[in-house]
Design a protein around this ligand. Structure first.
Ligand code: ATP
Ligand code: MG
Length: 179
């Protein structure tokens, strides 16, 4: 029987996706970390903030996943990335905000609530918004000073990920503007 690529599940997640100039700013922060910690840098064009990770999704579920996002009406908000840090347990070095705006938490909660009604499961760990800059990093400090990066968030996106030996390849499937 021939392969049916359309029926293959896709590995999906919702994310905030920075414009290229902002990806560049994060990438430069990643270079500072890289000099201190080594590891593997996130490719510039892959830099993002994950909101909700779905895992493999059947093609038949895709329209329901999109319908969850269609229901969301939330305002534009801004994020101030004023922290660089490192988690020992997963060897990830990241940029993050010391204060998480209500609007970001509301966006994540709305996605999780809608998606859990569609049968998707999320772990109970508190959402820790971060932009992954290095994998397999070994830093001496767990928090570093950084030049703040500010991000006006005007939309969220649904992304498909395919894993390759050279790292994940991400495809933006759809974009939902905030109001
Ligand atoms: P790689 O797995 O090759 O290191 P990646 O983690 O960037 O690359 P994916 O595994 O496809 O690529 O994950 C896509 C996004 O979802 C990433 O931001 C990742 O951190 C996040 N993610 C992956 N798995 C989970 C999970 N089980 N729970 C929460 N977020 C996840
Ligand atoms: Mg992964």
């Amino acid at each position: 029987m021939s392969a049916q690529p359309d029926s293959e599940p896709q590995r999906l997640f919702f994310a905030l996706w920075p414009e290229p100039a902002l990806q560049q700013s994060f990438f430069e922060a990643g270079n500072i970390l890289f000099k201190l910690c080594g590891g593997r840098r996130t490719r510039r064009e892959n830099i993002h903030l994950t909101l909700a990770f779905l895992g493999p999704v059947d093609t038949g579920q895709l329209s329901r996943v999109q319908a969850v996002a269609d229901q969301i009406q939330l305002p534009i908000f801004s994020l101030q990335f004023d922290r660089l840090g490192w988690w020992r347990h997963n060897q990830v070095a990241w940029a993050a905000t010391s204060e998480t705006p209500r609007a970001l938490l509301d966006l994540v909660k709305s996605l999780q609530l809608g998606l859990s009604q569609e049968g998707f499961k999320f772990d109970d760990r508190r959402f820790a918004p971060h932009v992954t800059l290095l994998r397999k990093a070994q830093c001496r400090e767990s928090l570093l000073d950084s030049e703040p990066v500010s991000w006006e968030v005007r939309a969220f996106v649904l992304v498909s990920s395919t894993l390759h030996p050279d790292g994940p390849h991400y495809t933006l499937l759809k974009r939902w503007p905030l109001a």
